[in-house]
Design a protein around this ligand. Structure first.
Ligand code: MN
Length: 735
């Protein structure tokens, strides 16, 4: 068994191997600090706890990270599992290291309770949101890798849970950060617990054939090496490997093949000094073996989204065995294996100006990703970086996603209205806080409720940041405080009336009151008062509505009376008198009436030249329809309201333009909207609205609202649009 000291010595040796200026004194101090704080704690495998932080630091060292990362890795479980504190670590090792340790500690609280994609995406997002320093994620990945390597000592439930997390969260993150080697190992370890039967089968078969595999690989290796030497390509390294179990597993699964049928089990690598050597080697390989058409990929000219660079080709040897050859420079290789970590190393020499710079750089890295999934990832990452969201935990470890600036009130209502409504106090990270406390990423929020709580206070609406919480609070007032709301609403309504110089008696006459209530969707006046009381409606808006309606009713009552008399008279007289020419209203002459309130119906939007008919409305004057509008159908005109239909004509002195609309049915294509816009503007019409929606059968309907002077101009527009390619039909909507 390897002793703790031996493990530590090995770590120091690894560090010295790549970083001659490493701060070995501080690193040892961190090791001793962690060792004494973890004390007699043991791991499940029976080793002293300190072996875990040392091994995590070892993985971090293999990523070739800096001294601060090594120190933070050694201390990563101190805050979580020992009596050590953030303050103590900050005092001894500096704030930067304390922040990294704190970041890793917060990520440890991340739990994986749900299989829902939304939760997983939240977790991935939060991981980045919380990691102001990329080193937090790198250490967390190293931590998880070591835990996976020692997972056999855990109970099966834990093994499965942690393995699922690895597949869903850590391996994708390692991939996105370009850390190929760690991604593979994580995937293989997770597969071992998620599908042990398949994993065992793959590993067993690989082992059984390993001698044969080795023989094949060394034969190929020397063929290539010999030929490269002949061709004078210097300093090339050639080696073969069998693909890793999870990648074989995926191929079997995706292509429904047995292991024998997965043909490209082998991959060879050729590492050289320069890019031009890479292409020379490619020529040599294609000369030695027959290349498979369509399998050559140049990731040097076009790097993969995660910065991966290499030439890939698949070839077939004389015995008919297929294998892949990857050709790259040594430098590319380091970056491919360690991804971000390798880049991070290159950044070390340059003084970084805080976390924003670091983010900027990750952002650029990730922006090179091009698949749709990555696009979403970049979007979410950006959202986090420019922080309009905050991620916090429930005491059970679920992640709750709230708008930035959210308070315990938002949190409580996000969990459930009942929690919000009975909330009496809130704790954040174990400490009592005020209801207006602003939540931070990673906070653990606990809400205290009481059955005897008084319910939310009206101030909460102002404190809450999320519209969800605000509307739930209003809901509560609406439901629970009806009497109070009515009284309060009535008071503010009456004071607003008074302010406008009106009386309650004026607006509570049935014509006014009932019209307004019906339009605003309230059954009774009390309901409207209640709405004012809980804040769903302002008193000012209610009073304005009442006033407008009162004015309309008063004005229209007179017009209606006159109109009815005229219509009755016309009906009585056998021979109608020739229409009196009177001054038109909006270009409309209403038979027998002057100065009459006229409006054009929205259903059929008549324009001058259309045949029209008028309808005397209750309280809004005469509404003008096209004669062919379904709402002016002769059958309808014959019913009990027939006395309300009245003859209207266009006057000769029209100067106005008239708003009307068209529905264009078309097969959607690129440039269609532009063509329609051109047709409209060359017809000199004024467009005020344009929207389109697709129909289920693959067509689009474009609805255009615009003004014309008359039916001739409208007809011209319709013909122009009809001539556009892709347009099936141009209709004037009615009814
Ligand atoms: Mn750990």
């Amino acid at each position: 068994m390897v002793s703790v000291e031996e493990r530590y010595d090995h770590l120091e040796k690894t560090i010295s191997g790549y970083n001659i200026s490493a701060d070995l004194k501080q690193i040892r101090a961190a090791y001793e600090y962690a060792r004494s704080h973890h004390g007699a704690q043991m791991r499940r495998d029976g080793t002293p706890y300190i072996t875990h932080p040392i091994q995590v630091a070892q993985i971090v060292a293999e990523m070739r990270l800096d001294s601060e990362s090594i120190i933070a890795a050694l201390l990563h479980d101190c805050i979580e599992d020992t009596d050590s504190t953030y303050e103590d670590i900050a005092k001894r090792f500096g704030v930067t290291i304390a922040d990294i340790v704190d970041g890793v500690t917060k990520l440890n609280r991340m739990q994986y309770n749900s299989m829902e994609e939304e939760q997983m995406e939240n977790l991935r997002k939060m991981l980045f949101a919380m990691s102001k320093d990329i080193r937090v994620i790198l250490i967390k990945i190293a931590d998880r890798l070591h835990n996976m390597r020692t997972m056999e000592y855990q109970v099966p439930a834990t093994q499965r849970k942690k393995s699922l997390e690895v597949m869903e969260i850590y391996a994708p993150i390692a991939h996105r950060l370009g850390m190929q080697k760690i991604k593979w190992e994580l995937e293989d370890l997770a597969l071992k617990y998620l599908d042990p039967v398949a994993y065992d089968e793959i590993v067993r078969k690989l082992e059984a054939e390993s001698e044969e595999h080795t023989r094949f690989m060394s034969a190929i290796q020397s063929q290539i090496s010999d030929r490269l030497a002949e061709m004078g390509i210097q300093n090339a390294t050639v080696y073969g490997r069998v693909k890793h179990p999870y990648s074989i597993y995926r191929k079997m699964y995706a292509q429904e093949k047995t292991m024998e049928e997965v043909y490209d089990l082998f991959a060879f690598r050729v590492l050289v000094d320069t890019v031009s050597d890479c292409y020379n080697v490619l020529g040599v390989i294609h000369d030695l073996y027959r290349p498979i058409l369509g399998r050559f990929k140049d990731y040097i000219a076009t790097p993969k989204p995660n910065m991966y660079q290499s030439l890939h080709t698949t070839v077939i040897d004389k015995e008919g065995v297929l294998f892949e050859v990857q050709i790259r420079t040594y430098e590319m290789h380091a970056i491919n294996e360690y991804g971000v970590a390798a880049h991070w190393k290159y950044k070390q020499g340059i003084t970084s100006t805080g976390s924003e710079k670091t983010y900027e750089w990750i952002r650029r890295l990730l922006e090179n990703q091009e698949d749709a999934d990555a696009e979403e990832f970049i979007h979410t990452l950006k959202v986090d970086m420019f922080s309009d969201e905050v991620f916090v935990f429930t005491p059970r470890g679920d992640v709750i996603n709230l708008p930035a600036g959210s308070t315990p009130i938002d949190f409580a209502y996000n969990i459930h209205s009942a929690i919000g409504n009975t909330m009496v106090g809130a704790k954040v990270n174990g400490r009592m806080v005020g209801f207006d406390y602003q939540l931070h990423n990673g906070d653990i929020v606990e809400i205290h409720t009481s059955k005897s709580a008084n319910g939310p206070s009206r101030d909460w609406v102002k404190i809450a940041k999320s519209s969800e919480a605000r509307s739930k609070i209003r809901q509560w007032f609406k439901r629970e405080r009806k009497e109070e709301n009515i009284a309060q609403g009535r008071a503010s309504f009456e004071s607003e009336l008074k302010h406008m110089g009106m009386t309650l008696g004026q607006v509570t006459v049935p014509e006014v009151q009932n019209t307004v209530l019906k339009r605003m969707g309230y059954a009774t006046l009390d309901d409207m008062y209640a709405a004012i009381g809980y804040g769903g409606l302002t008193a000012q808006k209610a009073v304005n509505r009442m006033r407008d309606t009162l004015l309309q009713v008063t004005r229209a009552a007179a017009v209606e009376q006159a109109a009815r008399e005229a219509a009755a008279k016309a009906a009585r007289e056998a021979k109608p008198a020739p229409p009196r020419r009177v001054k038109s209203e909006k270009g409309i002459i209403v038979e027998g009436l002057s100065n009459c309130l006229v409006k054009f119906s929205k259903c059929c939007t008549p324009v001058p030249g259309d045949e029209i008919v008028g309808f005397i409305t209750r309280g809004y004057g005469v509404s003008v329809h096209r004669k062919d509008c379904p709402n002016a159908d002769p059958n309808r005109r014959a019913n009990s309201e027939q006395g309300r239909w009245i003859k209207v004509t266009w006057s000769d002195d029209i100067t106005d333009t008239y708003s009307t609309s068209l529905d264009v049915v078309c097969k959607d294509r690129v440039g269609l909207l532009a063509d329609i816009s051109t047709a409209l503007s060359t017809s000199k019409v004024n467009v005020t609205g344009l929207n389109s929606h697709s129909t289920a059968d693959g067509f689009a309907i474009i609805h255009i609202v615009f003004s014309v002077s008359d039916a001739n101009q409208l007809g011209l527009v319709m013909r122009k649009i009809h001539q556009i390619s892709g347009v099936m039909n141009v209709n004037r909507p009615a009814g």
